[in-house]
Design a protein around this ligand. Structure first.
Ligand code: PMP
Ligand code: GLN
Length: 416
């Protein structure tokens, strides 16, 4: 697929900014799809185990699914209110109070969105003007880059380096300046799996306060942490009044296809993002909203059980990847594990990822796609595997990955 060369002006229109912002345009001008779509496409074509795009291979709780089915059968199939049904906004507020002690007014401080993706888009488009600077860590989730560019923002990045993927405080401070309008934090972090501690959160609050910047905190993996607590940045001193917090039912309850997300924060920022949201989708999946409200009200033990199960899967995959010869950066959160392929002699993980589905029947995601140029060089040999799959599937993937060197070790395309 190439940009529409028959319509010359179209190749220089805003959509191309979004594509460039998310690294979808090749050096030769060719246009790709997102890495998630590309790798899932390859996995389907070659019937490979898909440890690329992060989605579970089992649905979330059956009773919650039935609530959505009943809602459809009952006729809850027309537009929901733009900001979401009240029971869901109340459940979101209740969740933030129960887990984090954050008090929210469901009327003015909570909005339901079409996945976290829409919440992120609405927040960025609401506050970023052309020329404004936006700080993120790097690697960064692809939609940040796309939406910053679409808004005309200038993307400043702070590198996260292996093995611990923690930011350097001086580099963090240096990324902020008089034009900084927004800082986007993803905690727990996709793809690095790191959970940021209060020191890092406080540095971000300090810089945001100094430069009067808004904080957008993407916490979609908030309940998927192992042995470390998740601390929302909105709970840190001085943070709440400048922070929009985003989450989603996709990760917490394994319903990625429902696309029910939400954002919360101080009323003026929520009103700004909500105003934009109205013109992105107006309102979000009516029959799913009540079901997600019930899910949010489930007992703490369900949340803990999910993280426990996931920890077993993390260990299974991490051990297998280690045994296969990768350097494994074990995650503290998310359902994603990053490895270095260099110990196996591979130095181009993007090329490797494109060959793996066909050659060994496993799909993964290269980290370089979550980076701009310098970051892409720094992460060239890193690969991300998702472990939100059934245990037998993970075992089979590990067995196949054990044959990686034999299958691809001689290929110059991936070794240098
Ligand atoms: N942020 C991060 C860090 C993600 O990994 C994802 C993918 N789930 C999203 C946002 C998008 O979430 P949703 O599917 O709810 O739009
Ligand atoms: N968030 C998921 C991941 O990081 C997938 C999102 C997507 O396909 N856009 O794998």
């Amino acid at each position: 697929m190439t940009p529409a060369e028959d319509i010359p002006w179209l190749t220089d229109s805003p959509w191309m900014d979004a594509a460039r912002g998310a690294n979808l345009v090749g050096a030769d001008g060719s246009l790709g799809t997102t890495i998630f779509e590309e790798m899932t496409g390859l996995a389907v074509r070659h019937q490979a185990i898909n440890l690329g795009q992060g989605f579970p291979d089992e649905d979330g709780p059956g009773p919650i699914r039935e609530l959505a089915q009943e809602a459809i059968a009952r006729g809850e199939n027309q537009y929901a209110p733009g900001k979401g049904i009240l029971p869901l906004r109340e459940a979101i507020a209740g969740h933030q109070r129960r887990f984090y002690g954050i008090g929210l007014d469901p009327e003015t401080q909570v909005v339901v969105t079409t996945g976290a993706t829409e919440a992120i888009a609405a927040a960025i488009l609401a506050v970023v003007r052309p020329g404004d600077e936006v700080v993120t860590f790097e690697p960064f989730y692809d939609s940040y880059g796309a939406m910053i560019a679409l808004a005309g923002g200038v993307h400043r990045t702070v590198p996260l380096r292996a093995p611990d993927f923690q930011p350097d405080p001086e580099e963090l401070a240096a990324a902020f300046g008089p034009r900084t309008r927004l800082v986007i934090l993803n905690n727990p972090h996709n793809p690095c799996g790191v959970v940021f501690g209060t020191e890092v959160l406080d540095l971000i609050v300090e810089q945001a306060t100094r430069h009067d910047a808004v904080i957008l905190s993407d916490e979609v993996y908030e309940h998927l942490t192992f042995d470390v607590p998740h601390v929302p940045i909105a709970t840190r001193p001085g943070a709440f009044d400048r922070t929009l917090t985003v989450s989603s039912a996709g990760k917490t309850f394994s319903f990625t296809g429902w696309k029910i997300g939400w954002l919360s924060g101080p009323a003026p920022l929520v009103a700004a993002a909500r105003t934009v949201k109205q013109f992105l989708s107006y309102s979000s999946g009516t029959p799913f909203q009540g079901a997600v409200a019930s899910a949010l009200n489930l007992d703490d033990s369900l949340y803990r059980g999910f993280a426990e199960t996931l920890r077993g899967k993390r260990d299974l995959l991490s051990d297998g990847l280690r045994a296969a010869g990768f350097t494994v950066y074990e995650p503290q959160g998310t359902y994603l594990v990053t490895v270095d392929t260099a110990p196996l002699g591979f130095h181009d993980a993007a090329a490797l990822a494109r060959l793996m589905p066909e050659r060994i029947g496993v799909a993964a995601i290269p980290l370089s796609v979550f980076c701009h140029d310098d970051g892409a060089r720094r992460t060239a040999s890193l690969l991300r595997f998702a472990f939100c799959k059934r245990e037998p599937v993970l075992r089979e993937a590990v067995a196949r990955l054990g044959g990686l060197s034999e299958a691809l070790g001689q290929s110059s395309a991936v070794s240098r």
